[in-house]
Design a protein around this ligand. Sequence first.
Ligand SMILES: *[C@@H]1O[C@H](CO)[C@@H](O)[C@H](O)[C@H]1NC(C)=O
Ligand SMILES: *[C@@H]1O[C@H](CO)[C@@H](O)[C@H](O)[C@H]1NC(C)=O
Ligand SMILES: *[C@@H]1O[C@H](CO)[C@@H](O)[C@H](O)[C@H]1NC(C)=O
Length: 411
Amino acid sequence: MMASGMPVFLLLLWTTNTPQGAGVQVLPPVNFTLTVSALAQVLLHWEPNPAQEQNNSTIRYDVKILSPEPEEYDTSRTHSVRTVALHNGFSARVRTLLLQGHLQMSSDWVEANLPPLPGAAETSVTNLSCVTHVTIPGNVSLRCTWLPGRGAPEDTKYFLFYRYEMHTEECPAYTKDRWSRNTECRFSSTQIEPGEIDNLIVIHINGSSKRAAIKPFQQLFNQNAIEKVNIPRNISISLEQSDLLAVWEKPISPFHEECFEYQFCLINLKSGNKQTLRISSRSFRLRVDVSSRYSIRIRAKHTPVCRAPGLWSDWSQILYVGQNKPESSTAWILTLLCVSTSCTLLLVAIICQINHVWSKLFPPIPMPSNKFREPFPIDYERARTCPSSTETEVVSLAEGFSCSVLDDSVF
Ligand SMILES: *[C@@H]1O[C@H](CO)[C@@H](O)[C@H](O)[C@H]1NC(C)=O
Ligand SMILES: *[C@@H]1O[C@H](CO)[C@@H](O)[C@H](O)[C@H]1NC(C)=O
Ligand SMILES: *[C@@H]1O[C@H](CO)[C@@H](O)[C@H](O)[C@H]1NC(C)=O
């Protein structure tokens, strides 16, 4: 498609207009015409000026496209094909270049235009977006969506056509909005070649209405840039000691394994932590907390190394791995608290047991209950007996504490 383009720096050398250089007159080409040769395709054609003298010089043509997208190139041929959206018209210029030794001379420009495609303002579709998808190997589906123009009457009926190389086809299945205007189209199979790189897909949407002329709309899409990759296949996830191991296969695609990258989304279902990782291989190992359950999803995309990156695939189904076990930090603290409490109780019990034995061996001298006893013997006795009172426990706790202080100071 891209016609004989030469680097722009050559053009820069020729831009000075020297029509009378070396006494040779340079005449512009004649019969410059523009013809629409397919959807969004224009043929530029001209003839050499019959009056042009050539004596030992080379003739080339300088082409300048003014709209819709400015572009400049030169060619030795007398025709050129451009693929470009034509709904807003097209205009271009061409001139003769004469190369004689080191001299470059150029003629005046001749210009031609294609008018915009007819229709009322704002009746064209807007927000057109298209996605392709390799279904089974070798087959590409195409889906496009759009919004009706703001000026499109309610009875507007839109028609979508796609062109790929020389094949043009109308949409077989539309989805309608609530006024039954078509706003989506699906081709379950197309002539789009799945393995091609940077080919263009032309979309043309025109329409009809009883109340207004619907202006057609055209847009070109790079085949690779709108391809939505398939989901990675045969994903298998396992835990190996404290590593999570994931292995999968590349999506159905004519492209090699090196042409894919993956996104891996890992959610720790216990903590809620989410990790998203980009991976360029088909397998992957990650250290995880084995006491947690994880959910995993993977999606794929082409790498820019191989082609225009395109769109992410859908996410794979969610896979789960691992079991939640109560080993989080709070559980640890609770366990520690339990253990220390029971130790203390055990210590109390032991101390009480010793005191009990001791008081059995040396029973205290019974004393008459006397409300006016001196304070010291009571305290002495309390410390030696072990009734089920909280006071003893407090004392024992204090003892335990002083013991542990001692232990700490020893070691
Ligand atoms: C240019 O077009 C005219 C009219 O169609 C034709 O008579 C003439 O021969 C053409 N000139 C050349 C150089 O082809
Ligand atoms: C349509 O496209 C316009 C301009 O690109 C954007 O501002 C608008 O949000 C889009 N509308 C919808 C519904 O996507
Ligand atoms: C829409 O475009 C197609 C392809 O160019 C053409 O065949 C058809 O007649 C057009 N329809 C309308 C309503 O303009």
